[in-house]
Design a protein. Structure first.
Lengths: 440, 60
């Protein structure tokens, strides 16, 4: 196994024009992953909230992009600012701890920045858009659009820039290899931690703040089944997500690991294998447990495999990628069931499991299978940082935000559906909306 | 209980970071990192339990 390079932009070799052009094209394909996740979010919600869900996906992406321009990009520190590439650093135990970026405000100097920095910035704009979409699916059918946009702004302004600086822009997690001889430092090539783990934790915080859908958990008896309204959206979203993910992981491998072009087919194959392994095992588990395969859980498994590939597709062998995805496919349906039935967590899109748990497993597996000495320890430190700091931070921010912009819609709004309540019209005006038995 | 859990989680993270600073030996460092992660997980379990809605005894 070759030694892995640290993910520190200052150590990156110069980028040729051909590589720049290829990476730009890959990044322009990445929004297909956003479209896939948006379709999945919409399909797993109810039909009476479909238009609000899909509009919400657009509105959240727009909010995050605007706030990231004005605030987040500066704290992420992607474009060098007045202090150069270094961010806010303190020294403890004789080591520098770079904890916050000090980039150029309002993307000043973007046109003259190094090609690598320009592409990294585009990558981060797309990554923050993906991050804010993940909790939106978990709050489906009761989360107000204005509150969703406000939470996207908070994530883009404070939470994502911290993680992106620590991991991608030479922060303290990226420097674990240099400062503490822990492999190449924390590695997260496709955003399994920065985007998916943080997104899954944000989804958990949203579910806690907004509460479950009305009638989901009656005082006694089993929880009420509220299946998604359109399996076709969900499964087609999975196919679109695959295309976006292939481009995303390849672009990440070029940008953060400086992989040669010859390594990219391997990264793409690993991405496909991780998703395939996950689908096959989820199909088998649901077939074994329920007698027939479950379409929405299989979609969750496929997506969980893609999420694991974000961490490890560029680092491991094809067999290892298949195994890692397969493991994600086993625990995804079981964890979705555990969260709903045993822990009373109402997560319509399954983002807590699919993005949070699978992202965590992918990061861990990258440490196990990458083979570099000390890499597993670096991954564990990174997981502890993301899990131990980000969930309390996001919950605190969302609980505060909830006091000013209430997350949960009124009971009547939930009864008639988010489409009629928030938009004044439904996504399927010709359809007869069935009366909900849970409101009797 | 949920606030206690959310406070325990950063404590586990600090334990993990402290192990990097305090120990140079890989085995000790690894042990303390794993302990720190265990504390983070304990805090997560507390927070999840604290957020569970009250339900009747016939729940599975």
């Amino acid at each position: 196994m070759n030694a892995l390079p640290p993910m520190i932009p200052a150590t990156a070799p110069a980028m040729s024009e051909a590589v720049f052009a290829l990476t730009l094209v890959l990044l322009l394909v990445c929004p297909l992953a956003l479209a896939g996740v948006a379709l999945i979010n919409t399909g797993l919600g109810r039909s009476r909230s479909a238009a609000q869900a899909l509009l919400g996906n657009l509105a959240l992406v727009a909010s995050s992009a605007i706030v990231f321009l004005f605030m987040g990009a500066t704290f992420a520190g992607t474009l060098p600012g007045a202090r150069g590439a270094a961010g806010f650093t303190f020294h403890a135990a004789g080591k520098p701890w770079d904890w916050l970026g000090a980039g150029s405000p309002l993307l000043h100097g973007l046109a003259n920045a190094a090609p690598q920095s320009q592409l990294a910035l585009l990558f981060e704009f797309l990554a923050v858009a993906m991050l804010v979409l993940l909790p939106w699916g978990s709050g489906a059918d009761r989360w107000r659009l204005a509150a969703g946009c406000a939470s996207a702004a908070v994530l883009a302004a404070i939470v994502f820039p911290l993680a992106a600086h620590w991991i991608w822009n030479g922060g303290w997690l990226a420097q674990l290899g240099i400062n503490f001889s822990l492999g190449a430092g924390f590695l997260d090539v496709g955003g399994a931690g920065t985007v998916h783990l943080v997104g899954g934790l944000s989804a958990l915080a949203v579910v806690w703040v907004a509460g479950p859908r009305r009638g989901k958990f009656p005082k006694e008896g089993l929880s009420t089944a509220m299946p998604g309204h359109n399996a076709s959206y969900v499964l087609f979203g999975c196919l679109m997500a695959l295309v976006g993910w292939l481009a995303w992981n390849a672009a990440g491998a070029i940008l953060w690991l400086h992989d040669p072009l010859a390594a990219l087919p391997g990264t793409a194959i690993n991405t496909l294998l991780a998703a395939s392994g996950a689908l096959v095992t989820t199909y088998s588990v649901t077939r074994f447990r329920f007698g027939k395969p479950d379409a929405s859980l299989c979609a969750n498994g496929w997506l969980a495999g893609l999420v694991t590939s974000s961490a490890c597709a560029a680092l491991v062998s094809p067999v290892a990628a298949l195994f890692i995805g397969g493991v994600a496919g086993v625990f995804t349906p079981l964890l979705v069931e555990l969260l709903e039935l045993a822990l009373s967590i109402d997560d319509p899109s399954g983002a807590i499991t699919v993005h949070g748990a699978a992202g965590l497993w992918g990061l861990l597996a990258a440490g196990i299978f990458a083979g570099a000495p000390g890499q597993l320890l670096a991954q564990l430190v990174g997981i502890a940082a993301l899990l131990g700091l980000m969930l309390p931070l996001v919950y605190l921010l969302f609980a505060l935000l909830n006091r000013f912009v209430p997350f949960r819609v009124e009971a009547d709004g939930e009864r008639i559906g988010m489409d009629l309540h928030e938009l004044g019209g439904g996504a399927y005006p010709e359809f007869v909306i069935h009366r909900d038995e849970s409101y009797r | 209980m949920k606030y206690a859990g959310l406070l325990v989680m950063p404590a586990g993270f600090l334990l993990t970071v402290a192990s990097l600073v305090l120990f140079a030996d890989v085995a000790r460092r690894g042990t303390f990192v794993v302990c720190g992660l265990a504390v983070v997980c304990m805090g997560l379990v507390l927070a999840v339990r604290g957020n569970m809605p009250q339900r009747g005894p016939s729940r599975p």
